[in-house]
Design a protein around this ligand. Structure first.
Ligand SMILES: Cc1ncc(COP(=O)(O)O)c(C=O)c1O
Length: 369
């Protein structure tokens, strides 16, 4: 039986080869012409003023925080259920991580929990647009504005997803995305930051290039401590080949979610999370609440169907260990969340098989209950 994967990179070989050949004939594999072209195309898709490509989504978040002046003695609020990258990026700045609970309805930051955790030291909130969902962004902006706090969106899973027609990632001070292999577009590894703030944009570009601020008398001037988080034109070539059929990718992901929604018999033990497709939300991966994650995961695996279990909450990870106090939703959702296969290569036949087995699993389950 064919193996059905959770996600697969979809790299257009012919088109990528054409771009990479250009990079090689330019003899400039560093960040250059093709990187600028990819940034320009992304700018047009996401409708923002400034785009900077970088090495990963993690370094994108880190750069956005650093460029916003966040560091030691500051507090940064993140949701308790997210990929560890969100926490690790904050940790690298030296700021204190403040965990807030998530909403059971959409897995996004719970607004009441957020309000309670704001202190005089809070400098930034990082809303995480899980699976491409970001419907609470306007409320978060309101709370942030009232308290003079920066908003850095972790939109790693939300490239091309919108809230009421506006791109997620473009609401806050900065939006950070990932081009890792399980994303809608991949450059192997890679990430990007978007912003409408010129000052932040310039700072990010300096920080990712060892703190280089200018060239004077034929010498590079390094004015402060920076890093090497530059992109490469080899990666840009792979990205360009995919960005050119971005619309088709988007439509494919929407059709996968719609198929699941129509063909899976949801029940008290298995429920898909909603996406607001009408307003432009894009389901990168279809996610579900499931009371039998481990059983269902193994049952499907035996049928050659690969799902993905959600991450454990951040407060359970050794570096960030703390009690579940004030984090009751993330506690009750721990081990109850999963993603269904969401590969751009899924055929209708694959989707029928997946839905069939999920429905069978619960039919059998109920007989035994
Ligand atoms: C929510 C979230 N934040 C951050 C990241 C980090 O991105 P990267 O793996 O490109 O560093 C990811 C990556 O998968 C993610 O899902």
């Amino acid at each position: 039986m064919k193996k059905i994967k959770f996600t697969e990179p979809k790299i257009n070989l012919t088109s990528s080869t054409k771009y990479i050949k250009k990079t090689i004939s330019n003899n400039f594999p560093n960040e250059g012409e093709l990187t600028r072209l990819l940034e320009k195309k992304i700018k047009n898709i996401l409708k923002v003023k400034y785009v900077t490509l970088t090495t990963s989504g993690t370094s994108a978040i880190y750069l956005a925080l650093k460029a916003s002046g966040i560091g030691k003695n500051d507090e940064v609020i993140i949701p308790n259920i997210t990929f560890p990258a969100t926490a690790n990026a904050v940790n690298m700045t030296g700021a204190k991580i403040i965990l807030v609970d998530i909403s059971k309805d959409n897995l996004l930051i719970d607004l009441q929990s957020l309000k309670k955790k704001i202190t005089k030291k809070t400098k930034a909130i990082i809303p995480v647009h899980i699976s491409g969902r970001g419907t609470n962004i306007k409320e978060i902006l309101k709370i942030a504005k009232k308290n003079k706090i920066r908003v850095i969106e972790d939109a790693a899973e939300a490239f091309g997803s919108k809230f009421k027609g506006k791109s997620l990632g473009s609401f806050g001070n900065c939006g950070c995305f990932s081009f890792a292999p399980n994303k809608i577009i991949t450059t192997g590894q890679g990430g990007l930051i978007i912003t409408n703030d010129k000052k932040i944009y310039l700072k990010i570009n300096q920080l990712k290039d060892q703190g280089r601020t200018k060239v004077l008398n034929n010498r590079n001037i390094y004015s402060y401590r920076g890093f090497n988080f530059k992109f490469t034109d080899v990666q840009a070539g792979i990205g360009l080949a995919q960005i050119n059929d971005f619309k088709a990718r988007k439509n494919k992901l929407i059709s996968i979610y719609r198929f699941y929604k129509k063909n899976i018999s949801e029940n008290i033990n298995f429920k898909l999370f909603d996406f607001d497709l009408k307003n432009g939300e894009l389901p990168l991966w279809t996610d579900a609440y499931c009371n039998y994650v481990d059983e269902l995961f193994l049952f499907l695996k035996k049928k050659n169907i690969n799902c993905r279990c959600f991450w454990h909450p951040i407060n359970t990870l050794p570096p960030y260990k703390k009690k579940f106090k004030d984090l009751s939703n993330s506690k009750s959702l721990n081990n109850k969340l999963m993603w269904l296969p969401s590969s751009l290569y899924l055929s209708e036949k694959d989707l029928k098989i997946i839905c069939y087995y999920i429905n069978i699993f619960f039919k059998k389950k109920y007989k035994f209950l």
